[in-house]
Design a protein around this ligand. Structure first.
Ligand code: FAQ
Length: 327
């Protein structure tokens, strides 16, 4: 299913120790790897997997918030939410394009998503039950996404790294608009504050799970760190996120739903309670509360869009034929 043509500008696919050492030297020298450069097949596959999953997450991630656009409490809130959800769609498109430079097609990636072969972030399998969830998703989910994605701006693969720069700027706006919604609710009536707290209670643990399994259980981290695709481990980024977010919750007067959370002077960070990894793996394996609805919605969108893709291809073909006839 993968095109072999792009593995190295010289089409070499034999991964001799010299070839691998030469490649690692480029990585260690912080050179950017570009689509037509020679690269080990494992590097290419890791990127196709990660960028593809990242793209799917952005696109599926439009659904939980899209659910609230028609019910936003004011025109200002509606305009901001609409813009945010559109941004996520844009992120998905940059990412699909970055993956396509590695020889995989958008159709193949979409088929893998719809068949359940390709993953998307666990977080988007949870339901959005109240307006406060729009605030909490911006604050926590985009906040976690930024923490994970800022280091990806320095990823060794050029197209992914460059796409991440704009994505991170937009995620930063998303995080602020979310925090502002939660702040408004937290400073509102007791019922509004309770709505914000309930939302935080539901989204806190799934947000921590976004960073992936503990380092000891992360099968890809070591190799991805060596290739400088990842710059920090899952646990390192999770810790940074917790340390940045706890003071934000304190400022809001909200309580993080973790009785074991406490500042650890020695390590200069917070200790936290156990993460429910059974829940994480259940969700990752496709049994999250909203998993079926999410895939059903994506399948419908893909099927409903078939005529647009066909029309665009027919139009391109006609233009090509006209150009050839005129030559
Ligand atoms: N959910 O060995 P590792 C966003 C899988 S974008 C589902 O540690 P890796 C924007 C993992 O794929 C959010 N699956 O894997 C937004 C692997 O399975 P595989 C998405 C997960 O790749 C905001 C297996 O577990 N962000 O939120 C998850 O080294 C608001 C073993 O794990 C990205 O994709 C999970 N949480 O590290 C949009 C960022 N965690 O593939 C709308 C780019 C792990 O072998 C609204 N990705 N798995 O079958 C990454 O940084 C990495 O891929 C990690 C996982 C850190 C997610």
């Amino acid at each position: 299913m993968y095109s072999q043509g792009l593995i190295g500008a010289d089409n070499r696919t034999e991964e001799t120790p010299e070839f691998l050492a030469r490649f690692q030297k480029r990585i260690d020298a912080e050179e950017k790897i570009e689509p037509k450069d020679e690269m080990p097949e494992g590097y290419r596959r890791t990127l196709v997997r990660q960028i593809g999953q990242h793209a799917h997450s952005e696109i599926v991630g439009m659904l939980p918030e899209g659910n609230w656009i028609t019910r936003a409490p004011s025109l200002r809130r509606k305009a901001a939410l609409l813009a945010k959800v559109q941004d996520e769609g844009g992120h998905g498109l940059y990412l699909y394009s970055a993956a396509e430079t590695l020889g995989v097609s958008r159709e193949e990636m979409t088929e893998e998503l719809l068949s359940g072969k390709a993953k998307y972030s666990s977080i988007f399998n949870y339901p959005t039950l109240s307006w406060a969830d729009m605030g909490t998703i911006g604050w926590l989910v985009d906040g976690a996404a930024i923490m994970n994605q800022i280091p990806l701006c320095r990823c060794s693969f050029g197209p992914y790294a460059r796409a991440m720069i704009r994505v991170c700027k937009e995620e930063s706006f998303h995080q602020r608009q979310g925090y502002e919604i939660v702040m408004t609710l937290a400073q509102g009536t007791p019922a509004q504050k309770a709505m914000a707290q309930d939302s935080l209670n539901r989204w806190w643990w799934p947000s921590l799970m976004m960073f992936g399994p503990h380092d000891a259980d992360s099968q890809h981290s070591d190799q991805s760190m060596a290739w400088k695709i990842k710059r920090f481990t899952n646990d390192e980024l999770r810790q940074k996120f917790i340390d940045a977010t706890v003071p934000q919750a304190e400022f809001l007067g909200l309580t993080i739903p973790d009785p074991d959370l406490k500042w650890n002077e020695e390590k200069g960070g917070y200790d936290h309670g156990p993460i429910d990894w059974d829940e994480f793996w259940r969700v990752v394996k496709g049994h999250g509360p909203m998993a079926k609805d999410r895939i059903k919605a994506r399948k419908k969108a893909w099927d409903d869009g078939a005529w647009v893709r066909e029309a665009a291809l027919a139009h391109a073909e006609k233009r090509r034929a006209r150009k050839i006839a005129a030559e």
